[in-house]
Design a protein around this ligand. Structure first.
Ligand SMILES: Cc1cc2nc3c(=O)[nH]c(=O)nc-3n(C[C@H](O)[C@H](O)[C@H](O)COP(=O)(O)OP(=O)(O)OC[C@H]3O[C@@H](n4cnc5c(N)ncnc54)[C@H](O)[C@@H]3O)c2cc1C
Length: 476
């Protein structure tokens, strides 16, 4: 009797990665069928754990030949359903490819495999007094997946997005072909820069695993100056906070300049919505600065004091804010004990969390937030919102973390509806969602220039002729 197609594919996968690393067992597939977000769970047909580049190549060759969808996965913590295998197929878990191949402590870059976690990289970098821009997400999540998806961390005021820190990449294309971009394309052991060559790294950054599987990545890392000073202020509205953050951002003295609404400053985030206490400020801001000398720190303090005085003269509601020492560490340390604990975000809400996450210019933060607040409160959700400067004042992030009760289909749908409504408001104001779930991608595409969409589709077709990579995630 002929074996079923599924059995034959499983046999081939087993022959590539070994019997312990490929399975169609339902209880294992189940573990990969959902995430924290509102996106509807779906079982993959196979779960495969690769440990070498050759295995990744052979898996993609097989998938391309038989037109089987492939979802690259490292920790699945993206909170936007980006690893939900909506079309079934192969869930390709890369977390066992977790070697730190090199830390060049002189030229300040590291070469890592996709499974290297933030905690793992932090441990090694700290030995050299070096740092990376740690996100507040789970320390077990992947550094390269975060960078690939334009993730952000605690150095974004100074260096911008983590994707801007990528220096070189090795990638397996959906056809199984191995390519390199950046300096490592010219000399095998040279991983220091994507420039001055054409920026082909852009074919893989922001594509959400739809254009290839990154198997090695070079990233810039930076020295840690010894003196940390975090400037903290509060205001009664986002208009006043934006005025301060833009003013301070002009001086480029902060590694991280982040404002959080009262609801996001609570541990855990209130669910369902509850009003903040009367008189409590609505916004808090942390400006983290690092200095090499006492004098340098004093110069930063002088600039900050001048900015604070200027803002007070404008008659805004700005105040110096005292903040607990532990909470200040939470914004600069990894692992972060307060902010980055997913349980702390979600524990009032039954395990669900998702977001409208956007890049929005600072002058649009307040008008968009004020509408988000109405939408979210209307849905009984906390407006737990964050704004962050990227690279001084060049652009900014506006996002809300929305816990919800995943045990209830009704409450999950309520959160999804509110989040998509928030996204529409932001898109209409000129913002752009990042790491967008499919629902958001569809909203982006609706508004996109036809030439942009056509180019995107042509590039996708060129790289992935059988549309196997994270199929459907680009929303077309
Ligand atoms: C409470 C909480 C707070 C968070 N805070 C932040 C934050 O401050 N900043 C931030 O940026 N993020 C944040 N996140 C999101 C997330 O934790 C990080 O972005 C994380 O680094 C993603 O890594 P991951 O291993 O979970 O990626 P995954 O979710 O496994 O993958 C993310 C995407 O990358 C693709 N992918 C994975 N590996 C590869 C590969 N090798 N090649 C090609 N594509 C690949 C996947 O298909 C998917 O589309 C937060 C999450 C939570 C739960």
């Amino acid at each position: 009797m002929l074996a079923k197609r599924e059995d034959m594919i499983l046999d081939e996968l087993v022959s590539i990665v070994g019997k312990d690393n490929a399975t169609a067992a339902k209880h294992i597939r189940y573990a990969y069928s959902y995430d924290l977000s509102f996106v509807t769970p779906k079982l993959p047909d196979y779960v495969v754990m690769a440990t070498t580049v050759e295995q990744v190549q052979n898996i993609l060759k097989l998938a391309n030949r038989d037109k089987i969808p492939v979802v690259p996965y490292t920790a699945g913590s993206n909170i936007g359903g980006l690893c939900i295998p909506e079309q079934g197929g192969i869930l390709l878990d890369l977390k066992r490819m977790n070697k730190i191949i090199r830390i060049d402590a002189e030229s300040h870059y590291a070469i890592i495999e996709p499974g290297v976690s933030h905690a793992q990289l932090a441990m090694e970098l700290y030995k050299h007094n070096l740092r990376w821009s740690w996100p507040v997400g789970p320390p077990s999540a992947s550094v390269s997946s975060n960078a690939l998806c334009h993730g952000i961390g605690g150095l974004s005021g100074r260096y911008g997005l983590n994707s801007e820190e990528i220096t070189s990449m090795e990638v397996v294309l959906p056809t199984g072909e191995l390519v390199r971009v950046g300096s490592c394309a010219i000399r095998e052991d040279s991983w220091h820069s994507v420039l001055p060559m054409p920026q082909l790294d852009g074919l893989f950054k922001g594509w959400l695993g739809t254009s290839g599987v990154v198997t090695k990545m070079g990233v810039r890392v930076h020295p840690i100056p010894p003196i940390l000073k975090v400037f903290t202020v509060s205001t009664h509205n986002l208009e006043d906070m934006t005025s301060y953050m833009v003013n301070l951002g002009n001086y480029e003295i902060c590694d991280d300049l982040t404002g959080v609404s009262w609801w996001l400053s609570q541990v855990p985030i209130p669910y369902p919505y509850r009003p903040k206490p009367d008189g409590a400020p609505e916004w808090y801001c942390f400006g983290a600065t690092y200095s090499w000398t006492k004098k340098e720190k004093e110069a930063r303090e002088e600039i900050w004091q001048n900015v604070l005085d200027e803002e007070k003269k404008k008659g805004t509601s700005i105040q110096y804010a005292d903040y607990p020492e532990e909470a200040l560490k939470a914004r600069t340390q990894l692992p972060s004990r307060i902010v980055g604990s997913t349980k702390n975000y979600t524990k009032m809400a039954g395990g669900g969390i998702s977001w409208p996450g956007t890049f929005t210019p600072a002058n649009k933060w307040a008008p968009v937030y004020n509408k988000w607040k109405e939408i979210l409160i209307d849905h009984k959700l906390s407006p737990a919102t964050r704004v962050t400067n990227y690279r001084g004042v060049h652009y900014g992030m506006l996002r809300a973390m929305i816990p919800f009760n995943k045990q209830s289909a009704e409450e999950t749908e309520n959160a999804r509806h509110a989040i998509v409504e928030c996204l529409k408001v932001d898109l209409d104001a000129g913002g752009i969602p990042y790491k967008p779930p499919v629902d958001f991608a569809a909203e982006i595409n609706k508004r996109a220039h036809p030439g942009y969409l056509s180019l995107l589709k042509q590039v996708k077709q060129l790289l992935d002729p059988n549309d196997i990579m994270n199929t459907g995630k680009l929303g077309f």
